[in-house]
Design a binder for this molecule. Structure first.
Ligand code: URA
Length: 250
């Protein structure tokens, strides 16, 4: 997929460039180079059993980044994230809330398939973690959605998904993270499936708020009243009436 953004409505800085951000063309070049590096990576033993590494795909200027666990068999075959059954469910659920898959960026914590879809080992997580760090730095999403245990652990280390799904947490640098069920888990459990779509429904208003705040900031204005930037300390989760800082687990 050509990841150049086609839909400025879901771009971070559509026509206005935030002062601190490198020009989009430089970031796109760096992301393409990073993806090429990931495809050649031999930093852990998973490179011996993979067919293709799966760097990620989507809009390089996305407001929202989805971070799954690791490629499965279909992803390993095609070199693309979330293209199997759970990927089709994710794409369909996104469409249900009015978001096109190509407008977001989708990647995984681990870029190569663990044999038989076993859990990633600490050594593999460690070897891959800098790739995700660099992708986040370059794409600079306002909203990171975690799909599954291993991406959730990065931003919600003590969280239990059944308790914290849908929770929005300020993670600094103008970003929030939201924990969601893994699509494969949602497919197995009808209640979680419903909760998955409910959680996803929070995204359109989060995106709107982030864009309004980014545009105001790019114009050098103060943040618009009532539209706090999701990463701001005064950020209030839509519809919750509560501050967007992490709330203690029940
Ligand atoms: N599950 C994941 O976590 N990631 C994929 O890309 C596919 C399935």
């Amino acid at each position: 997929m050509d990841s150049t953004p086609e839909h400025p409505e879901l771009s971070n800085h559509s026509s206005e460039q935030a002062p601190s951000q490198a020009p989009l063309q430089d970031r796109v070049a760096a992301l393409k180079a990073l993806e090429a590096e990931i495809r050649r990576c031999t930093r852990c033993p998973l490179h011996r059993t993979r067919t293709h590494a799966v760097p990620g795909e989507g809009n390089y200027d996305a407001v929202v980044m989805f971070v799954g666990e690791a490629p499965g068999a279909d992803e390993d075959r095609q070199g693309r994230p979330f293209v199997g059954r759970s990927g089709r469910f994710l794409t369909h659920a996104l469409a249900q809330v009015g978001i096109r898959r190509e407008d977001v960026y989708i990647t995984n914590v681990i870029k190569c398939r663990p044999p038989n879809n076993r859990d990633p080992l600490p050594r593999e997580l460690e070897a891959c973690s800098r790739y995700l760090d660099q992708q986040i730095e370059l794409i600079n999403p306002r909203i990171i959605v975690t799909l599954g245990r291993f991406s959730m652990a990065r931003w919600f280390p003590d969280g239990r998904i059944t308790q914290i799904h849908g929770r929005i947490k300020n993670i600094g640098r103008g970003r929030v993270a939201m924990a969601m069920f893994h699509p494969a888990a949602a497919l197995r459990n009808p209640v979680w499936r419903e909760q998955f779509v409910q959680d996803l429904q929070k995204l359109p208003s989060l995106i709107q708020r982030a864009q309004a705040a980014d545009q105001a900031a790019a114009r050098g204005e103060k943040l618009p009243a009532g539209v706090p930037h999701p990463g701001d300390p005064d950020y209030v989760e839509p519809d919750s009436g509560q501050a967007g800082q992490e709330q203690p687990s029940e």
